[in-house]
Design a protein around this ligand. Structure first.
Ligand SMILES: Cc1ncc(COP(=O)(O)O)c(C=O)c1O
Length: 411
């Protein structure tokens, strides 16, 4: 019997247009700090309806830049959910501030207003400088609730999972994630498993011109060149150096978090396919949802939230492994033997030894319940509906559940 190809839980989809876009840059004069970066930023900003987009070398770098640009540092704290990738929290620590972990809904993995309030109460005397929500799996946190809860405090969106999703604004209109209608800034990642890829890369979007300027400077060593100086800077100056053509200065300590033109060229080309990628991911996920609802009381898809129209990044099955009588490791190993890749997103960040040593043991029951049941099944735009049927058939077999893909659809 012919062995079926291994189906990874996720991967990029690259076509000839992407390859041409990159090779064109390799033949050009600019490999970095050139025109492709600007074009990628402009197209990305246009795509999400934001005034400004700032490209970075990773989503992690984007988070770090945001915290630093807001002056968040030692003595400050940032609230964020524990059900996220390490980077959301680690970037707070890079800035020297402390992390306050919030709980999440056990059926969606998303933070809500109650979780945020609880975290705030727990933080009592800590100086909360910002809240960073995470739009997990392609669904979004209710931003109206979040803005109401945080008042004037800075609100960031980690939308690494949710490029292409729509959320509801204060008037109930559907608006694009990244448009920052209710937040100060949003960050994205363009790692290969994300909605679009640049290999490695990240993006920050905002509608705040001053913040955008600061982020661009911090991204490149904190350097300001002649064109960056404002009227106030010029008036302040007691030197004629501003007039020298080579003049630059560093007032703040910055980084090298630049994205190259090579990466940006891939991003421009990938962005053209975003709508197709999202549509494809969503239709695969719909098929998963129909099937997962037919695998008995101990298996189900994520609960849906009404505050957004998702752009599914992961297809997560919530499985009560204990009730079924099989460990998650066994399921992952058996699926792998059948040629199916899966993943667990994520080990709760507050349970990592680094954070346990720093903050002690923390009880977050929603995070623990979510983590105990989640399993990410293959989802990427190169798959077709037959692949989904194959995954669910294999999962059902491993779990010892009867499943017939032909009868799994609702009439
Ligand atoms: C929710 C979340 N935040 C932040 C990041 C960091 O992005 P990057 O890998 O581009 O640094 C990721 C990437 O996996 C992520 O999933």
């Amino acid at each position: 019997m012919k062995k079926k190809k291994f189906l990874p839980y996720s991967r990029q989809v690259i076509d000839e247009e992407d390859i041409e876009s990159v090779t064109r840059v390799l033949r050009s004069a600019w490999l970095t700090t050139g025109p492709m970066v600007k074009e990628f930023e402009e197209k990305f900003a246009e795509e999400v309806n934001a005034d400004y987009a700032i490209a970075c070398s990773s989503g992690t770098g984007a988070l770090h830049l945001l915290y630093v640009a807001h002056g968040i540092g030692p003595g400050d704290s940032v609230i964020l959910p524990s059900m996220t990738f390490l980077a959301t929290a680690n970037a707070v620590r890079y800035a020297g501030a402390e992390v306050i972990f919030s709980d999440v809904d056990p059926d969606t993995g998303l933070m809500n207003a109650t979780h945020l309030r609880d975290a705030w109460t727990r933080a009592c005397n800590k100086n909360i400088k910002a809240v960073c929500v995470v739009h997990l799996n392609g669904q979004c946190v209710d931003m109206k609730d979040m803005r109401r809860e945080v008042g004037d405090v800075t609100l960031f969106e980690d939308a690494c999972h949710s490029l292409g999703a729509l959320i509801r604004d204060n008037s109930g209109n559907k608006v694009k994630v990244g448009g920052c209608y209710l937040s100060n800034a949003t960050i994205f990642s363009t790692h290969p498993v994300k909605a679009i890829t640049t290999g490695e890369g990240g993006m920050i979007t905002t509608n705040d011109e001053g913040l955008a300027r600061k982020l661009r400077q911090l991204r490149s060593h904190g350097v300001r060149r002649r064109q960056d100086f404002t009227e106030v800077d010029l008036a302040d100056s007691n030197t004629k150096s501003f007039m020298d053509p080579w003049y630059y200065e560093m007032r703040d300590l910055g980084f090298n978090y630049r994205l190259s033109d090579i990466h940006s060229a891939l991003g421009i080309s990938q962005l053209k396919k975003l709508k197709y990628f999202v549509k494809q991911r969503n239709s695969l996920r719909d098929r998963y949802e129909q099937h997962l609802c037919c695998l008995g009381e101990h298996v189900r898809p994520l609960a849906l939230v009404s505050s957004c129209i998702p752009a599914w990044h992961l297809s997560v099955a919530l499985i009560d492994f204990k009730e079924i009588g099989i460990s998650r490791s066994e399921v992952i190993n058996q699926l792998s033997i059948k040629g199916i890749g899966t993943q667990v997103h994520y080990i709760p960040v507050h349970q990592q030894p680094y954070y346990k040593n720093r903050y002690g043991t923390l009880m977050l029951p929603g995070v623990s319940t979510y983590y105990s049941r989640c399993l990410s099944l293959p989802l990427w735009p190169g798959m077709d509906l037959n692949d989904v049927d194959r995954v669910i058939g294999a999962l059902a077999e491993v779990l010892g559940i009867n499943f017939d893909s032909d009868t799994s659809f609702a009439p």
